[in-house]
Design a binder for this molecule. Structure first.
Ligand SMILES: [Zn+2]
Length: 295
């Protein structure tokens, strides 16, 4: 029996291309980074591009991040990496209970001090601060790749700044400063940072999906009153409330991707925070500028 097992193991090793000890050694040498959710995973992917690091995403594509059940393997994932980046909200409060193991742990809600709710990444202004802090920490942990991290970060922050400038100029040009979400509203940081007025069917990431008649009437009146051409839904939405309001007000329904997570399809097609936010910007232009009288 033992001999058969050894034979199977030997065959497996032959096909895996390297011996177990070699592989272990390789993994130990490599800088390992674990991110709980997509936004910081994507930031870290850009900062470390070209460096031989292992980057893991804890909540897989397609999964709802709120209420994501923590497995035992997740607990060890916190300790068994060189850098662990989480949100620092109620959802991942469990991280604080994992005993310190000497590695570096960073929480987005601690990096961004002046935030409105836990969806800090939705504002590119916050993303700039977060990316710089992640880079600073990576340079400290892994000085051999310092120049690479710094160069990548400089280029990446330039893209974020361009995005920020374009959003600001869109809002400035627009006579309408109101966005309506027939939906949950995880975009408090975004709306406040770009000085937009906002109304939504549900607060934050409420688990409610059935809007009361009072809420629907209120949003419908707002749209008519302010001549708003489009309303928003977010990703993973059933769009039921939006359909009802759109029918009543003849408004378009547009997507605002809040980047909590991406679908498996989006992940495989290489969507990034920048690519999703750029699409958001285009939809924002439609919602804000369409009825501009000066155009
Ligand atoms: Zn949320």
């Amino acid at each position: 029996m033992k001999r058969i097992l050894l034979l199977i193991l030997a065959t497996l090793l032959l096909f895996s291309g390297c011996t177990l000890s070699e592989k272990e050694e390789k993994n130990n040498d490599k800088l390992t980074i674990t991110a709980t959710i997509f936004p910081q995973y994507d930031f870290l992917r850009s900062i470390t591009e070209g460096a031989d690091v292992e980057l893991n995403l804890l909540v897989p594509p397609g999964k709802e991040i709120h209420g994501f059940e923590t497995a035992l393997s997740d607990v060890s994932a916190v300790s068994n990496c060189d850098l662990f980046v989480y949100v620092g909200s109620q959802d991942d409060a469990w991280v604080k209970d994992v005993p310190e193991s000497g590695n570096k742990r960073l929480a987005l809600c601690e990096i961004v001090t002046d935030y409105k709710d836990e969806h800090v990444w939705t504002s590119p202004k916050n993303a700039i601060v977060i990316v710089q802090k992640l880079c600073d920490n990576l340079c400290e942990i892994d000085p051999s790749n310092k120049e690479l991290y710094k160069n990548n970060t400089e280029k990446y922050i330039e893209q974020l700044k361009n995005l920020d400038t374009e959003i600001e100029s869109t809002v400035n040009k627009s006579e309408n400063k109101t966005i309506i979400f027939a939906e949950r509203f995880p975009l408090l940081n975004f709306a406040e940072d770009y000085k937009l007025n906002y109304y939504s069917a549900f607060e934050g990431c409420s688990t409610e999906t059935e809007a009361g008649i009072k809420t629907i009437n209120f949003l419908t009146e707002k749209i008519k009153e302010e001549n708003i051409p489009a309303i928003f839904i977010i990703e993973f939405s059933d769009g039921v409330v939006a359909e009802r309001i759109s029918k009543e007000t003849k408004t378009d329904i547009l997507l605002f991707h809040s980047c909590h997570n991406v679908t498996q399809e989006e992940f495989e097609s290489g969507e990034t925070y920048i690519s999703l936010m750029t699409k958001n910007l285009e939809n924002l232009k439609t919602a804000l500028l369409k009825n501009n009288t000066g155009d």
